[in-house]
Design a binder for this molecule. Structure first.
Ligand SMILES: CCCCCCCCCCCC(=O)SCCNC(=O)CCNC(=O)[C@H](O)C(C)(C)COP(=O)(O)OP(=O)(O)OC[C@H]1O[C@@H](n2cnc3c(N)ncnc32)[C@H](O)[C@@H]1OP(=O)(O)O
Length: 215
């Protein structure tokens, strides 16, 4: 078999599971037996609604970040999200290709946005990423994510990113564990100037998303 065919076979094998669910997960990403299905909050944005940015300076979604991802997430049915971002020249690692850390950021941001559907503030504890295909600059990466289970403060989720649209080839996949935190996580660890700026944001929804979520 030629090296090229050998590589193609390898990639086909890795792509065969169409859902991240079929991938074996490390123990800390497997929900414990007492985990419950996620419950969509009654005030969660309606399916199809754009979530908007939770913070103008967020590298993932903020409009105030010239080289950020400007990722736009949209609520789906149940506890799911879709999101898109276009890979820009500033996001390169290898020439002409997206940096893997940037792709992981896109997954992290999309997975983080899911927690808004529960109306819970949570931060990433663990993020495991599979890079399946190179992603060229100019690509629109289409991301789909869902929360699979909740166990106390632990929120289990998974996501995948496809090239070009919902039917495009899978380029990246992730499984994650988010941990619910209190507002003090940010007020005690963040920088005072930025926190003051967010608290005085006239956009009430954004202010609530950032710091005032009531589960
Ligand atoms: C503003 C938002 C707006 C909306 C936000 C929308 C987009 C957000 C952007 C994307 C999200 C991010 O990048 S957030 C930024 C990146 N992440 C961070 O900075 C988090 C840094 N880490 C921490 O602050 C801390 O380690 C925490 C909060 C994650 C956990 O500390 P803790 O609160 O003391 O809790 P702890 O007792 O240690 O852990 C609770 C349970 O979780 C488990 N656990 C904890 N960490 C891990 C881990 N890495 N891997 C496996 N399991 C873990 C523990 O075993 C335990 O299980 P058990 O014993 O109960 O079974």
């Amino acid at each position: 078999m030629s090296t090229e065919n050998h590589h193609r076979d390898d990639r086909d094998r890795r792509e065969r599971p169409k859902s991240a669910a079929a991938e074996p997960a490390p123990p800390s990403l497997v929900p414990p037996p007492n985990a419950l299905p996620p419950v969509r909050h009654p005030d969660a944005p309606a399916p199809g609604e754009l979530l908007g940015s939770h913070y103008d300076h967020c590298f993932g979604c903020g409009e105030g970040q010239p080289h950020g991802l400007h990722l736009q997430a949209r609520a789906g049915d149940g506890v799911t999200i879709t999101a898109e971002f276009t890979v820009q020249s500033a996001h390169q690692g290898a020439p002409g290709l997206a940096h893997g850390g940037v792709l992981a950021t896109a997954l992290d941001e999309t997975l983080g946005s899911l927690n808004w559907l529960l109306r819970v503030i949570a931060v990433t504890g663990r993020l495991e990423t599979d890079f399946v295909r190179p992603v060229p600059v100019g690509t629109v990466l289409f991301l789909q994510a869902e929360i699979t289970a909740v166990a106390g403060r632990k929120i289990y989720s998974r996501a995948q990113g496809r090239i070009g649209g919902p039917d495009g080839p899978v380029a990246v996949r992730a499984q994650a564990l988010f941990i619910e935190v209190k507002v003090e996580h940010f007020t005690e660890n963040g920088r005072a100037d930025e926190i003051r700026a967010v608290m005085s944001d006239p956009d009430q929804i954004r202010r609530v998303r950032a710091f005032e979520v009531n589960p």
